[in-house]
Design a protein around this ligand. Structure first.
Ligand SMILES: [Zn+2]
Length: 120
């Protein structure tokens, strides 16, 4: 396993403990689908995350479940215009499409969370 994948495996391991708690509450039903929300700034590689899901879900109630990734785009906030806008083309600061000012106030895009677990 590559070093770069260890990050995603760690994320998946904590997500999987939540998935297993949820599945345990479902009285023996299996997990059919797991959906996670990943922000564009979360520093998560989707392909590595899929791989990590396969590895971590082996032998659990989630083995073989569909794994879905919802990409969350970056949303930044412009103080001058008092509006949110979709950030693009940057890593830390984003230019407001209206006034051109730079904003480092990121409202969304760092998510790394479970969105949905479906039992079957
Ligand atoms: Zn602005």
């Amino acid at each position: 396993m590559q070093d770069s994948t260890m990050h995603e495996v760690g994320i998946m391991e904590s997500a999987m403990s939540l998935v297993e708690q949820h599945a345990a509450a479902g009285a023996g039903r299996r997990v059919g689908r797991v959906v996670v929300r990943i922000g564009a700034l979360a520093g998560v590689d989707n392909q590595a995350l899929r791989f990590a899901f396969d590895v971590v879900s082996k032998g659990t109630l989630a083995e073989g479940a569909d794994f879905e990734i919802e990409d969350v785009p970056v949303t930044a906030y412009c103080l001058g215009c008092e509006r949110e806008f979709e950030g693009a083309g940057g890593d830390f600061v984003f230019a407001c499409p209206d006034c051109g000012d730079f904003s480092g106030e990121v409202r969304r895009g760092r998510e790394m969370e479970l969105s949905r677990i479906e039992l079957i």
